[in-house]
Ligand binder design. Sequence first.
Ligand SMILES: [Mn+2]
Length: 298
Amino acid sequence: MSVSTTRRFTLLGAPFDGAATLGWPGSRYAPARIRAAMGWILQRREDGRIYCLDHGTTHPFPEDLLTDGGDVATVAHDLTATLAAAADAVRAALAGGRVPVLLGGDDSLLFPAARGLAESGPGSVAVVHLDAHLDLLDRNEQQGTHSHSSGMRRASELPNVDVSRSLQLASRHFNFPSSLAYREERGLRNIPAAEIHRRGVDPVVDDVLAHVAGADRVLLAFDIDCVDPAHAPGAGAHEPGGLTSYQALHLVQRLAPHVDAMVLTEVNPLTDLHDQTANLAAYLVAHFVVHGASTVES
Ligand SMILES: [Mn+2]
């Protein structure tokens, strides 16, 4: 027998880019720009419903489906306090029975999102990490231990995070051989952008869902630089060869019903063009909410 569950979502802003130790800072301005773009999407609701043209379907969208929990208590000069506040906010949303959607901010925020979800209850957490980069840096002089290059590394060290059920998607170009060694040592799967382009999104999503099925809860960690800079110029770094906006949206639509928390990072209004990337981010969130509102468990 299958049971259909209706879920509710809370938007949380984390306007912090103090850990953007490489690339362009500026993601502190993203929550405000993404919220502004959300306004254009949400005004298409009528009588508590919204019409999805991609599938020719209408979906419930009552007022409380997506509420804005405001910004977490980030501290511009204090990375530790900021990460703790973000984890607290994620945990509080989950304790209130809602799915948190944390808007960065830089990608150091992957770690508190994973921590908040991992500490919200017993059982294991799988991280589905979409990113051009691996973010598995242990430490270095320039970036320390908790920068935007170490989020997945720190998340993978949390006791409740099941690394063997986690995976990284859309990575490309070059990274540290030590990060490859760490991935192999921990059994962290990687599906590079080249493989997604070669095989197509749907077969890859089928793989992802089978891979995370053994975990109790799933975090979707979405660094906007998984998308090609041609489609998402407002990012912390430009890595050509990424996903198209369509591929990213389709991926999120399919993953959403299986995800328990989302963190969306590295949107950078200072490198954006006419809010193009903030607008994409707003649509990613909207599709996550609309398509993730109903989960079916067998
Ligand atoms: Mn990245």
